[in-house]
Every structure is written in C-alpha cells, then in structure tokens.
Design a protein around this ligand. Structure first.
Ligand code: KMH
Ligand code: ZN
Length: 280
C-alpha cells in the first residue's frame, strides 16, 4: 500500500466521566482547542460526542448545531457526528443527529453487548439511518463492532445502494467487551471480509483500552487507517493515564510515519471519503 493514513480523532465519547478523567474535553471550548491541536498534528476527521453543562452525554439539537458550526469555523476537519450516542439514547434522538447537517455521521451495523450494557442497533433503524443519510447528503462511517456487522453492511448496500458520495468507509471498533477482540488475527479476518464489499472500500481501526497499540500496528500493516482518542482509551501505557487527545494523535502520526504512510491532509481525506470541500 502506498496510500497515506487517514487519522480520525475521537476525543470524548459517551462513556468516561469528567470527574474520573479530567483531561476529557467536554465543553465546546475544550473540544475546539483539542480539534485545532489535533488537526495541526495530522488528524483529518473528528468523531464527535458532546456533553451537557454537567458533562453528561447529550444529543441536544442546539448544542449539536453549535458544535458543527464552531468546528467548521475554526478547523478544516471533517466533522463526523456520532449517531451512536450513549447506550441509553433513544432511536429518535439518534436519527435527529442528522438534522445538525454534519459532513459525516457514524452508522453502527448491528447490536452488540457493550460491557454490562447493550448497544442496540435494530435492522430497521440501520436502514432508516442509511437512507436518511443518502437523502441528506451525509457521508456515513459504518461502525463495525463484530464480524457479522460486515455481513449486515453487505446486505444493506445490496438492498439500499451506496452511501452519499459513492465511497464506502468502515471503522473496526475492536476490543469492546462483547464485540470482536482487538487482535491482529481478527483484524485480518475483518479485512478479508471487506473484500466482499464494493471495490475501493476503505477501513480504519481502533482498539479499545489495551488493544489500542496492537490494533494500530495491525491496521497500518494491513493498509488500513487509524482512529485514536480518549473515547477509546484513557490509558497511554501501563499505569500512565492519557494526558490529552493530542498525545494519542501524535503517537498515531509517529507510527504512520514509521510505516511510511504519512497522515492524509484534510483535503486528501475529503477526496478519499467523498466528502465535499468545506463551505466557508
Ligand atoms: N457510545 C457507544 C454506545 C458511535 O459513536 O457511533 C456508541 C458509539 C458508536 O460510540
Ligand atoms: Zn462514538
């Protein structure tokens, strides 16, 4: 593979508590600072979950719109809103995320046990999300927590057609307790299954917790791209909490450069993913 590396930063997530992880960006100001610094380091996409005034996960429409606008104003990053939210969010609020008109949104391809919880993604809900994104010109990133989710994606695309922009991009979220493990063998199995998807399909990978580094190395060597951030890991090394999202992006950039697959610019990432240039 000669292509560069698409680096996505997922800075916040919905699972960690600010009280336990003080470095987590939860306010709009904290998010913007993180976004600007991660872009300067080499990130091209930001996967966004937002929090309320009490730092709890929210899908509040006004906040989502303000966040999209502020990220567009202050960065050239591709803005990808999470439609996954928190495990407690209702389907209606998750679909309404699209009303904030992001460049991209996540679309999880099936239900998965999520630690002690269940991350519910019914087939009809997935179809709704996919077809609404097609209608509104939002580019999906298909989140794959288990190998069967790739089979579901093949079925979705066969029945309902390609996403907006025509390019298919998936993200392997590996190492969730209840999903596929964050191992090289599993990443290779997932990569093999990507071959059954439309030609040119690209993949990123992220490993939760201690699978972060093995998954990053496996993905780079398999021609995949990277997602990193405090949504996925809050430990940098054994006994060392992550200091910032920038620390994780900087490490990913270093690995990508060592692999001679340097970070894609935001413009290159837009071309790869079929996301139109930002309207400024
Ligand atoms: N917070 C998880 C329950 C996504 O962003 O689309 C779901 C998640 C996936 O993070
Ligand atoms: Zn997420």
């Amino acid at each position: 593979m000669t292509t560069g590396t698409l680096i996505t930063v997922a800075p916040t997530g919905a699972e960690s508590a600010k009280a336990e992880v003080p470095a987590l960006p939860v306010t709009l100001d904290e998010l913007l600072l993180t976004a600007k610094e991660c872009e300067a380091l080499g990130a091209a996409v930001i996967h966004v979950h937002i929090r309320d005034d009490d730092a709890r996960p929210t899908l509040d429409q006004g906040r989502l719109r303000d966040t999209v606008a502020a990220l567009r104003e202050n960065t050239d990053l591709i803005v990808q809103l999470s439609s996954g939210g928190a495990v407690t969010d209702p389907e209606s609020a998750r679909l309404a995320v699209l009303d904030a008109a992001p460049d991209m949104a996540s679309c999880t391809m099936g239900t998965v046990n999520f630690g002690d919880d269940v991350f519910l993604n019914r087939w009809e809900f997935i179809v709704d999300l996919h077809t609404r994104m097609q209608e509104r010109g939002v580019v999906p990133e298909y989140e794959i927590f288990d190998l069967g989710h790739l089979t579901a994606l093949q079925r979705l695309l066969g029945k309902y057609g390609l996403p907006h922009g025509g390019h298919v991009h998936v993200d392997f979220v590996m190492g969730v307790p209840g999903g596929m493990p964050g191992t090289t063998a599993t990443l290779v199995a997932a990569q093999q299954m990507v071959r059954d998807l439309p030609e040119g399909t690209t993949f990123s990978a992220t490993g939760i917790g201690r699978s972060t580094i093995p998954v990053m190395l496996a993905s780079l060597s398999a021609g995949g791209h990277l997602r990193v951030g405090m949504e996925d890991t809050v430990t940098y090394a054994k006994g060392r909490p992550v200091e910032s999202n920038m620390q994780l992006v900087a490490r990913a950039v270093g690995f990508a450069q060592l692999a001679q697959r340097p970070p894609l610019t935001t413009a290159e990432a837009r071309t790869l993913l079929g996301v139109p240039a930002a309207a400024r």
